[in-house]
Ligand binder design. Structure first.
Ligand code: CTP
Length: 398
């Protein structure tokens, strides 16, 4: 399954280093070429000879131990399609988050522009340290995939969160990234609720957190795609971000990306109406007990995109694109979704039930039903938004 794939495994100085011997075997059994690089401290837990025999490659440790004239940190980074750092100690995580390159592993990580999986393992008190958490968040925001440690009995004698996640989890994550069919495409994804100004200090918006759209963008990026996220939420990401506020601004941004996009996913919660005459000055309180705001309809961005796609098909424009809508419903989810996919004319519609408290809006979890234009329907059971995102990308690429 992994024949011809190049995997770089970085091992740092933690007791879980011994488990990585089995991970190397798992990848080798599937035909992958595995290269291992260790921090000097990792060799206190596992030997270079073991790693060399299992990977059938030289093991890199020292930065200036160069057999031929080829800067190893660059050649290792060039060769591999994915880098897995497991176990990742608090020390290495913090160095990478700060751009420190004081050994071969951290130098490679700094030069590595493809997907990186980080599987931390450490004492539970170290894991809970806010500095470590901040550094992990910083890395996650920059596109690193963090596989959180598990709860359990730790080698240091403590009971708590810090044990390396299962090898299967690391393996599955890497395989999903390496074998995805979605590579090399341009994804334009919208996220967050639009903000419609009333006056300079007030606005109309909605409860959308943008998490589902961001999870889709992260997942598409991890799989090696060119991603543009058009968002009302502030985020720092390794891919292109276009920050917008209102539905009109969002429409302008999406339309600008239409031509080159292979997939357009409208995960944003676009306000259906905006204030007709937004005030340039702060609206003052009057003696009246009521205030009436007149609203006008916003453009339906998704419908407009689908109409443009149809026009291009009639003109026989070669470049086709898949357009995906979302449908947040608080009642009659399935009936409304079936009606909406017809009305909007999109290729897929992802329906989710916003009446449920355990999924949707600001939750990290979701459960969706994917409708396609031919009447097909696939349910993705409750899972984290990143797992749901992966499922959606898989379906829309089939
Ligand atoms: N959408 C859009 N432009 C709008 C409203 C919605 O592009 N002005 C998109 C959303 O991003 C989403 C899909 O249309 O992908 C469905 O959004 P939803 O709010 O469920 O549908 P509406 O058409 O607004 O219908 P209603 O609010 O009446 O359910």
């Amino acid at each position: 399954m992994l024949s011809g794939k190049n995997i770089l495994i970085g091992i740092t100085g933690g007791i879980a280093a011994y488990k990585i011997c089995e991970l190397i075997r798992m990848f080798k059994r599937q035909g992958a070429n595995v290269r291992v690089v260790c921090t000097p401290n990792a060799l206190n837990f596992v030997t270079k000879l073991t790693l060399r025999n299992l990977s059938q490659n030289e093991v890199g440790v020292e930065e200036f131990d160069i057999p031929d004239f080829k800067p190893e940190h660059i050649s290792y980074a060039d060769e591999a399609e994915i880098m897995i750092i497991a176990p990742a100690t608090a020390n290495t995580i913090s160095k990478i988050a700060s751009g420190i390159c004081d050994n071969l592993l951290t130098s490679i990580a700094c030069a590595f522009k493809k997907p990186v999986i980080i599987a931390p393992a450490m004492n539970c008190n170290m894991w809970e340290n806010p500095v470590i958490q901040e550094n992990l968040q910083k890395l996650a925001a920059r596109g690193y995939k963090i596989l959180e440690p598990e709860n359990g009995f730790l080698a240091c004698g403590y009971e708590g969160k810090g044990r390396l996640c299962s090898l299967e989890k690391i393996y599955d994550e890497a395989v999903a990234i390496l074998t995805t069919k979605t590579k090399g495409k341009k994804y334009v994804i919208t996220a967050g609720g639009t903000i419609e100004d009333i006056d300079p200090v007030r606005y109309i918006s909605n409860y959308s957190s943008g998490k589902m759209g961001i999870a889709l963008a992260d997942e598409a990026y991890h799989c090696g795609n060119d991603v543009t996220l058009i968002t009302t939420v502030d985020v720092t990401k390794p891919y292109k971000i276009i920050k917008v506020k209102s539905a009109i601004e969002m429409q302008e941004a999406v339309n600008g990306e239409f031509e080159t996009a292979d997939f357009i996913i409208m995960a944003a919660a676009v306000a259906d109406y905006r204030v007709k005459n937004k005030s340039d000055q702060k609206i003052k309180k009057t003696n009246d007990d009521t205030l009436t705001l007149e609203l006008v309809k916003n453009p339906d961005i998704l419908k407009g995109l689908c109409e443009r796609k149809k026009e291009e098909m009639l003109k026989r424009v070669q470049h086709d694109r898949i357009i995906v809508g979302f449908c947040a419903e608080s009642e009659n989810l399935l009936t409304n979704a079936k009606e909406k996919i017809q009305k909007k004319g999109c290729d897929y519609l992802i329906a989710n039930d916003i009446s449920r408290k355990d999924i949707g809006f600001s939750s990290d979890y979701n459960e969706v039903t994917i409708f396609d234009k031919n009447g097909g329907m696939i349910k993705l059971e409750r899972a984290s938004k990143s797992e749901i995102a992966r499922g959606i990308l898989k379906v829309i690429n089939e």
